[in-house]
Write a protein of this length. Structure first.
Length: 217
């Protein structure tokens, strides 16, 4: 294979490496901020940068305001582990609804922080020339294990699509849309998001069952 032919894969590897490094930097900043908060102090971006061993300019690229940093650390620290909500062998439809409710409830309890967090995401994306995704993806820590528990029922392509669809109904954008666009109350927002999450899992399972019946017939 010529170097010209191999260059796209090399470029893709370099690009993924940059994304991974940026995600590690972001996580290091979040962990540093959590450590400062656990010591009983209100973190500043400068303090967090020093503890994470990055420059202040780098820290401000990830978190333009201290409010964005604090909102992010609150969500990261207070997010309950999945095993408190769902365990392998439990009903995935019910589990996904519970997971959506747990994550969205945590976010919507601080609605100002929710909007500040989303503004931070948008600012970082706009200032990032490659427009690579730099979100922490915490919702996937709930979505992926539950969806992958259905690997004996759902094909890889179906699982991938389901994970992508579920990412639409869980997290900051979902809550902002249902609150700001549809005018839902907090309770209605949580109910609608959990209902949508359950419906998506149920639909994926029904489609898989129809496919099996066709093949069997």
């Amino acid at each position: 294979m010529s170097s010209a032919q191999s260059s796209p894969s090399v470029a893709d590897g370099d690009s993924q490496g940059r994304v991974n490094q940026k995600l590690r930097t972001r996580q290091a900043l979040i962990e540093a901020a959590i450590a400062v908060r656990d010591e009983g102090h209100q973190p500043t971006v400068a303090q967090v940068a020093e503890r994470a061993k990055v420059s202040r300019a780098t820290a401000y690229r990830y978190f333009p305001t201290v409010e964005a940093l604090i909102s992010e650390t609150a969500a990261d620290r207070d997010m309950p582990p999945l095993e408190r909500i769902w365990r392998p062998g439990d009903d995935p439809v019910k589990g996904m609804g519970l997971a959506a409710n747990a994550l969205n409830k945590l976010l919507i309890e601080d609605e100002i922080g929710l909007h500040v967090m989303e503004r931070s995401f948008m600012t970082v994306w706009l200032e990032n020339e490659s427009h690579e995704p730099l979100r922490p993806g915490r919702r996937l820590s709930y979505i992926e294990p539950i969806v992958d528990s259905m690997k004996d029922v759902l094909a890889p392509k179906a699982r991938k699509r389901l994970k992508q669809a579920l990412s639409i109904v869980m997290g900051t954008e979902a809550l902002i849309a249902v609150r700001d666009v549809s005018g839902a109350s907090t309770e209605e927002s949580l109910d609608a998001s959990a209902w949508a999450a359950r419906a998506l899992v149920r639909q994926a399972l029904e489609e898989a069952e129809k496919t099996r019946r066709k093949r069997g017939g």
